[in-house]
Design a binder for this molecule. Structure first.
Ligand code: PMP
Length: 434
């Protein structure tokens, strides 16, 4: 593309289009991507960047994947969309069967949502309605752990980190929920029972008010890329059961292999009452998610008054999304991605450990296909990205986190180049804010 064409497009974009979490005044720079293939993003200028972000966790099988493309083509010739009220279709039925088969045993009732945030809203509605149906109306709050992120819609925001999230902006307006401190025992470290004490105390003191506890299992993503000990989740599940509080796990980022298990809850051997899945479900082709519940949760809600679940978006179970998700999950079931994720983990461990001793780095952590360099100072995102693009990679750090979650199809050479760029950029002092 000609430089003048690119500049015209970027100028229009800057003047008229909001990007995620940006201001319309002095927005951060954006790069024009013209196409993408496999693990490569192709810029309008002709440069190719190795993708380190999987477009925020979801493009696990690569861009422009022939099988996913074909699944969409086949479906679009049959039916792109049809309402789900009073109608059903094979893509939704097939996808439900796959989700029930792949998720921990016991999650057997499926609600299709149009985004991760919406699936969290639905999960919370389910939990509140479960309490109402059982006549326990005082149980109308949700507990969680600090440092979490569950999306940008209203109830999802109410359980995001109370400091780093948007609580201060919407102070006094968001529903008040209960927060325990973030678990401190890291994944792989020696477990210490004290780590669970604050959550234990919180549940003991407030169980009469709690409909549910919601957590991101094992890895807290956008709220801090923190990886905690599986014993925490195990204890949480047992305590929730003993107080008859529903456990909601948000597997939107961690699901479909990302942490080295098909679902991160499996690290703890936990079967939640409600599970949210999204992002990689469609291989990153389109916005789609699902909320799965146990038969018990569904039965209680459906025995209440009203007995209906009060949610039903226009694009619920969109056939195109279901078709591409069916193909994405079929690829996961056929290809043992967990072996590939182990290889990715091992390469990232070797390569990122080269940042040890770098004065800008506070902590290095790797789990499954997630690699994190935690820094002492916050990054200057625009400066940092400039350096990454110069090195032919696409990484979008935030706060004190430079991190990657590569696609499962990335080649070893591409992955090594990506990790080396991370280490190189982490060594440049002026990519950090003073
Ligand atoms: N939960 C988690 C754990 C997430 O990482 C995200 C997205 N980053 C969401 C919920 C919200 O999903 P969506 O952006 O599809 O609404």
């Amino acid at each position: 593309m000609k430089e003048s064409t690119i500049n015209n497009l970027l100028n229009f974009d800057k003047d008229h289009i909001w990007h995620p979490y940006t201001s319309m005044k002095e927005p951060l720079p954006v790069y024009l991507v013209e196409s993408a293939d496999g693990a490569l993003l192709k810029l309008g200028s002709g440069e190719e960047l190795i993708d380190g972000m999987s477009s925020w966790w979801c493009v696990i099988h690569g861009y422009n994947n022939p099988r996913l493309n074909q699944a969409l083509r086949d479906q679009v010739d049959k039916m792109a969309h049809v309402m789900f009220g009073g109608i059903t279709h094979i893509p939704a039925i097939e996808l439900s069967k796959k989700l029930i088969r792949m998720t921990p045993i016991g999650l057997e009732r499926v609600f299709f949502a149009d985004s991760g945030s919406v699936s969290v809203e639905v999960a919370i509605k389910m939990a509140l309605q479960y309490s109402i149906s059982r006549g326990r109306v005082s149980r109308n709050k949700v507990a969680t752990i600090s440092g979490g992120y569950h999306g940008d819609t209203w109830h999802a925001m109410s359980v995001c980190d109370p400091v780093g999230g948007m609580h201060s902006l919407y102070n006094g307006r968001l529903p008040i929920q209960y927060f325990a401190p973030r678990p401190t025992v890291e994944f792989g470290a020696e477990w210490c029972d004290d780590d669970f004490s604050p959550m234990k105390k919180l549940i003991y003191e407030h169980h009469e008010e709690l409909a549910a506890v919601i957590v991101e299992p094992i890895v807290q993503g956008a709220g801090g890329m923190w990886m905690y000990h599986p014993e925490y989740l195990k204890k949480l599940s047992a305590l929730c059961t003993s107080y008859d509080i529903l456990l909601i796990v948000d597997e939107i980022a961690t699901g479909f292999g990302r942490t080295g298990k098909m679902f991160a809850s499996e690290w703890s051997g936990v079967v939640p009452d409600i599970m949210c899945v999204g992002k990689a479900i469609t291989g990153g082709y389109m916005s789609f998610a699902a909320t799965l519940a146990t038969a018990k949760v569904a039965d209680v809600i459906s025995s209440g008054d009203p007995s209906e679940i009060m949610h039903g978006p226009t694009f619920m179970a969109n056939p195109l999304a279901c078709a591409v998700a069916n193909e994405s999950l079929a690829m996961l079931e056929e290809a043992s991605p967990l072996l590939r994720i182990k290889e990715i983990e091992s390469i990232m461990r070797d390569e990122l450990s080269k940042a040890e001793g770098c004065t800008n780095i506070k902590n290095i952590r790797v789990l499954g296909a997630i690699g994190v360099l935690e820094t002492h100072s916050p990054v200057d995102m625009a400066r940092c990205q400039e350096e990454f693009v110069k090195r032919g990679v696409w990484v979008r750090p935030f706060g004190r986190l430079i991190y990657i979650m590569p696609q499962y199809i990335i080649t070893n050479d591409q992955l090594i180049k990506l990790c080396r760029a991370l280490v190189a950029v982490a060594n440049i002092d002026d990519v950090f804010k003073k």
